[in-house]
Design a protein around this ligand. Structure first.
Ligand code: AHR
Length: 497
């Protein structure tokens, strides 16, 4: 048995919990839109063709913002194809995912879906094959009240009220050679700056995200952020980070420590942004929008035979997550929360079917993947302020990240709502006995302690067995001193009042 300790003290504040930490992402990719959020022929579809089961699960997941329509897809997208009478919308080739896009769903349908799901839309503009004029047109279509060609067109298409979209991404992964219209940092930085300047002339209240690196392993990582921010510093609010993790070559120990890379990524981007700010003599701080993060078995996708055909909504990137994936995922979520002072926005990529917490069968059932649970619990119970917890934990040696602590943890504290501790035990060989020093909170009692664990770390949920891996009450709680036993390879939530 391993032993660790941490301290809960409301004075150890990081920042208020940001609801936008719990954002997600819907891309026109595979079955995320078609047979994901939208399936008019489904027995449970509503009058707009949206799947009610997916809407219910999205609400249960506790998603705040949803980024749209890509991802790599956006870099070839013509938004005008997706508005107006559906029967007249063109079918187009989507080069990013070698698919055919029918355009049955476009911006108006997406915003209507967001209203039903109770989420805030976050829009990306195409800076791959398009530029300033098209970004301005989309912004005018979405946000201008009325009396111009494009705002009146929106009203004629059924959306009288402006969509009022506040958060906009200036392109997607423009550092990636796979991106249609890939650019150097300087080329992209200039285009992003001029697009941002023009968009702010139209709507000064926007929050704008410049593209950062597609991963911390990109050859241009660091230099990319510096050059892009030199061009855009006073014109944008966020720089993006994207990161995906997978278990490679059976190295479970490194995989469970994936958040070590996320922490390095965040710290490096914050340092780079602040360095550029200092050189520009600016008092402004650029924050991070971590607008793609997840576990993704990318190497399986990269090693698959390239497609020769152009199917409509093929099953793509449909990873089936197991317990260990959910635990690595929990570590990433804890890391995002712990950095809430500089990472106030994030998007879990993606929402449905495509590397997603929610899976569906076309015409059939929908279910929660293992990763659904850490996200839903954190979104439901994180409240008030994020607290550092100063863990003292044994560590283990990983191939990818060197020495990493067995325990990963963060807490939130709300005067009225109590204190919640989120903790991951990365140990594969034994439980971890966690002693919690809660003296600074006065007298506390455990309201609820749950654990997501399983004797088989590769256990999954399926349509036939959707509750194989779910949070269950943790029987290992002791009072005075407060101690909780965290099973090996587990995600844990401990709520105190
Ligand atoms: O989320 C899947 C893909 O990952 C996105 O389209 C792209 O931005 C990233 O490379």
């Amino acid at each position: 048995m391993h032993q660790a300790k941490l301290t809960l003290d409301p004075a150890f504040k990081v920042a208020p919990v940001s609801r936008r930490t719990f954002g997600s992402f819907v891309e026109h990719l595979g079955r995320c839109v078609y047979t994901g959020i939208y399936e008019p022929g489904h027995p449970g579809a509503d009058d707009d063709g949206f799947r009610r089961d997916v809407l219910d699960l999205t609400r249960e997941l506790g998603v705040s913002t949803v980024r749209y329509p890509g991802g790599n897809f956006v870099s070839g997208y013509r938004w005008e194809d997706g508005v107006g009478p559906v029967a007249e919308r063109p079918r187009r080739l989507d080069l990013a995912w070698h698919s055919t896009e029918t355009n049955e769903v476009g911006v108006d349908e997406f915003v209507r879906w967001c209203g039903k799901a109770g989420v805030e839309p976050m829009m990306a503009v195409n800076l791959g094959t398009r530029g300033i004029a098209e970004a301005l047109d989309l912004l005018e279509y979405c946000n201008h009240p009325s009396g111009t060609a494009l705002s009146d067109l929106r009203a004629a298409n059924g959306a009288k009220e402006p969509h009022g979209i506040r958060m906009w991404c200036l392109g997607n992964e423009m550092d990636g050679p796979w991106q249609t219209g890939h650019k150097t940092a300087r080329e992209y930085g200039r285009l992003a700056a001029e697009t941002a300047r023009a968009m702010r002339m139209l709507d000064p209240g926007l929050e704008l995200v410049a593209c950062g690196s597609s991963s911390s392993g990109m050859p241009t990582f660091g230099a990319w952020e510096a050059e892009v921010l030199e061009e855009t510093y006073e014109l944008v609010d966020y720089i993006s980070c994207h990161a995906y993790y997978e278990e490679k070559e059976g190295d479970l120990g490194s995989f469970l420590a994936s958040s070590a890379d996320m922490q390095y990524f965040i710290s490096s981007v914050v340092a780079t942004a602040d360095h550029v700010g200092a050189r520009l003599k600016s008092r402004k701080k650029i924050n991070i929008s971590f607008d793609e993060w997840n576990v993704w078995y990318l190497s399986r996708f990269q090693n698959a035979e390239p497609r020769q055909d152009w199917p409509v909504a093929p099953p793509l990137l449909e990873d089936h997550y197991h317990l260990a994936d959910a635990v690595a995922f929990g570590g990433l979520l804890i890391t995002l929360l712990r950095n809430s002072d500089r990472v106030p926005a994030a998007s879990l990529a993606q929402l449905v079917n495509v590397i997603a917490p929610i899976m569906t069968e076309p015409g059939g059932r929908a279910w929660r993947q293992t990763t659904f649970h850490p996200f839903a619990q954190a979104s439901r119970h994180a409240a008030g302020d994020v607290l550092r917890v100063e863990p003292v934990s044994p560590s283990y040696e990983t191939k990818a990240y060197g020495e990493v602590p067995l325990l990963e943890a963060v807490a939130t504290h709300a005067e009225a709502g109590g204190t919640t501790l989120f903790a991951v035990n990365r140990a594969t060989d034994a439980p971890l006995s966690l002693e919690i020093d809660a003296r600074a909170l006065g007298g506390v009692r455990v309201v609820e302690a749950t654990t997501l664990s399983d004797p088989d770390v590769y256990a999954r949920n399926t349509a036939d067995d959707p509750t194989r891996v779910v949070p269950r009450p943790n029987p290992g709680v002791e009072a005075d001193p407060l101690r909780v036993l965290l099973p090996p390879v587990s995600w844990n939530v401990i709520r105190l009042a």
